[in-house]
Design a protein around this ligand. Structure first.
Ligand SMILES: Cc1cc2nc3c(=O)[nH]c(=O)nc-3n(C[C@H](O)[C@H](O)[C@H](O)COP(=O)(O)O)c2cc1C
Length: 406
């Protein structure tokens, strides 16, 4: 899509989703857009933001707004980070590279999924930074260790351990559409694709090459069906804190747990030397029945009391959602599906555009609220200051919050 059309038609994240739906074959769109079972948690993630109101103080004066934060000693231009999504290369040729470059151009961090099409070394070669690497605990613990060591050798800045993918979620849209890995397109799908000629043309050479790059061993097959089977057999529901300890021992940089919803797990993570948690339910793709992440956030903020950064993802579709999460005590938000919508619409430029939408919206919300810096976003921006049925949103004052960010 031409830059001018992108600007004119993709004016919000919701519009980018519509454009992605028009660009992608149904089964590819649904692979990203869908979630587990009845998709209640997916819907709840977005809906829960609606219940959080902000109380502006325009006379504080916020002519200039600084959206930057510092996380693990690195400055990010805004509190939005590109989270890990597997098979980004199915949405645009070289999808992971395009997304990482877009994040770097926007001055923020990018997290590579374990299930990227390219290898973590290939991604690192594009030089995008800060870059984080996401891993699982595998039945073969040696493989988890190997990925962490490869990430260190390739200069990744942080390691993200996802803990909510120990079994595969039951994604019924994929079942309905017959979506398989590797994608196989039956007659109905092929007929539908005639209308998605742009994607088909772009991907004509790529489709044969779609694989899980990090799982290919030298001299072994890169055939995706074999790798996918190997990958799901490697997932391990018996993972425990001992595995977190082991990862902590071998990874000296920032270690982030992704998929934390219970305050006791956040507290335990802190005690075990984890550097940050991502309050996440995997975008509703795993346990349908998990709470909305923004509802799970306040008890976690109270549990760790400003002693470790808390990140959040799930349903963040507006700049105001980011400000809401920050007012409740998060330090930054991650995005999942929105980056894929941007990628599907215009590759690297599309992801840059998505990040610009968030930046513009956060900036506008801060201006309207009378807030000129991120550290000043705190519980006093919430209306009512104490939400019904909940303790005060966070024990932190805005200034304590500021301490964390430095
Ligand atoms: C297509 C797709 C693939 C994903 N793959 C991974 C993955 O490999 N590892 C991971 O930790 N999370 C993965 N996620 C979850 C995201 O990192 C994130 O938690 C979730 O999408 C956030 O919700 P949002 O999509 O509402 O922004 C994936 C999400 C999507 C949509």
């Amino acid at each position: 899509m031409r830059a001018v059309d992108l600007k004119r038609r993709g004016f919000s994240i919701a519009e980018m989703r519509n454009l992605a739906r028009a660009a992608l074959p149904r089964m590819v769109f649904d692979f990203a857009d869908g979630a587990a079972e009845d998709e209640r948690t997916l819907r709840r993630n977005e809906a829960a933001f609606d219940g959080i109101e902000l109380l502006p103080r325009p006379l504080q004066g916020a002519a200039e707004r600084d959206l930057s934060i510092t996380l693990f000693g690195q400055r990010l231009s805004m509190p939005v980070i590109v989270g890990p999504t597997g098979l980004s290369g199915l949405f645009w040729p070289g999808g992971e590279r395009s997304t990482a470059l877009a994040a770097a151009a926007a001055g923020t961090a990018f997290c590579l999924s374990h299930g990227s099409v390219c290898t973590l070394e290939d991604l690192a070669a594009c030089g995008a930074s800060p870059r984080w690497m996401q891993v699982f605990i595998y039945t073969d613990r040696g493989f988890t260790r190997e990925l962490a060591e490869r990430a260190r050798a390739a200069g990744y800045d942080a390691l993200v351990l996802t803990i909510d993918n120990q079994l595969l979620g039951n994604r019924e849209r994929d079942l309905r559409n017959g979506f398989t890995i590797p994608p196989r397109f039956g007659p109905a799908a092929i007929a539908g694709m005639a209308l998605k000629a742009g994607w088909l043309w772009r991907m004509r050479k790529e489709l044969r090459r779609i694989t899980f790059g990090n799982y290919v061993r030298p001299g072994e097959t890169a055939e995706l069906t074999t790798l996918a089977a190997r990958m799901s057999a490697l997932l391990d529901p018996s993972m425990s804190w001992a595995d977190v300890d082991e990862l902590r021992r071998i990874w000296s940089g920032p270690l982030i747990l992704k998929g934390v919803l219970h305050p006791a797990e956040a507290r335990e993570a802190l005690a075990r030397g984890v550097d940050a948690v991502v309050v996440s339910n995997h975008g509703g793709r795993q346990l349908d029945g998990a709470p909305a992440t923004v509802d799970a956030l306040p008890p976690i903020v109270d549990a760790v009391g400003g002693r470790m950064p808390i990140l959040l993802d799930g349903g963040v579709r507006r700049g105001v959602d980011v400000v809401r999460a920050l007012a409740l005590g998060a330090q930054a938000c991650l995005i999942g599906r929105p980056q894929l919508w941007g990628l599907a619409v215009a590759g690297e430029a599309g992801v840059r555009h998505v990040l610009e939408i968030y930046r513009r919206e956060i900036d506008r919300v801060m201006g309207l609220c009378g807030v000129s810096r991120i550290a000043a976003i705190g519980p006093d921006l919430l209306f009512p200051p104490t939400r019904p049925g909940q303790p005060p949103a966070t024990a932190q004052s805005a200034e304590q919050h500021g301490l964390l960010m430095r």
